[in-house]
Design a binder for this molecule. Structure first.
Ligand code: AMP
Ligand code: ZN
Length: 114
């Protein structure tokens, strides 16, 4: 069984500012926020990256978007807008190999490309 840093945050073995937890998903604040709101949404089951997600995970992946929308509303940033990012692999800039979605907002973002 894999026990990466996010796996240990999900179970509470490592501390985090947890905002949401249910049977399938956990959300907590990023330790190095790049904007006033920076939340990570992760599946409780260890999936290393989007590349390892299976077709059967489609519902789980969809629920990450639904939770992101809900948390954006809760944070009061929904109307101004926000950004969702899933870094994948080396070129994507992924540093933690447990699938996660960044929810970033509370300020205007620079152009995403480059
Ligand atoms: P990525 O570069 O997409 O793999 O993003 C990994 C994110 O995890 C980074 O934004 C880190 O700041 C964040 N991070 C790393 N360790 C922790 C931790 N213990 N608690 C909260 N966020 C973390
Ligand atoms: Zn993990």
């Amino acid at each position: 069984m894999e026990r990466c840093v996010f796996c240990r945050i999900i179970t509470g073995e490592l501390p985090s500012k947890q905002l949401y937890h249910d049977e399938h998903l956990t959300a907590f604040r990023d330790i190095h926020p790049v904007a006033p709101t920076h939340i990570l949404i992760v599946p409780n089951r260890h999936i290393a990256s989007l590349n390892e997600a299976a077709p059967e995970d489609e519902r789980l992946l969809g629920s990450m978007f639904t939770l992101a929308r809900q948390l954006a509303r809760q944070e009061g940033i929904a109307d101004e807008g926000y950004r969702l990012i899933v870094n994948t692999g080396g070129h994507g800039g992924q540093t933690i190999y447990h699938l996660h979605m960044h929810l970033i907002g509370g300020q205007r973002m620079r152009h995403p490309m480059g």
